[in-house]
Design a protein around this ligand. Structure first.
Ligand SMILES: [Zn+2]
Ligand SMILES: [Zn+2]
Length: 131
């Protein structure tokens, strides 16, 4: 797999979404049944469908061993492939983020990064523009 061409594909098929207040980089290509961005890449002469955010993280971090870890979205945006919105962590940490997503704020994750939510003041300014 050519890292540069993968990176280029990820970049070309995604765009910055500033509207949500977090500046997520959203995948514009196909999504799987769970709503995560996916793409087909050639690995060892075989085509495989991989998740876009996991691939983005893997390409960027390179040699990092991520087997057995979830690529968790700190921003709770399944289409986001922005590296600093993704955290490699054990499944139970990833699962615990669902609670934060449901409540709209982070309950902290003991040794792992906090979830990202739009800053309240930004949100107020943003909603005020509609009135
Ligand atoms: Zn994001
Ligand atoms: Zn959280």
């Amino acid at each position: 797999m050519d890292i540069d061409s993968v990176w280029e594909r990820l970049h070309k098929k995604s765009e910055l979404n500033v509207g949500v207040g977090l500046e997520c980089r959203e995948w514009l290509g196909g999504v799987n049944k769970d709503g995560y961005g996916v793409l087909k890449v050639k690995i060892n002469d075989q085509y495989k469908v991989v998740s876009a955010h996991r691939l983005a993280y893997w390409v960027f971090i390179g040699h990092c061993d991520t087997v057995g870890y979830d690529a968790s979205h700190l921003c709770h945006n399944k289409k986001c492939i922005r590296i600093d919105h993704i955290s490699m962590e054990p499944t139970h940490i990833n699962q615990s983020r669902k609670h934060c997503s449901n409540e709209g704020r982070c309950f902290t994750h003991h040794g792992y990064l906090d979830c990202l939510f739009p800053c309240k003041s930004v949100f107020i300014i943003y909603t005020n523009m509609h009135y």
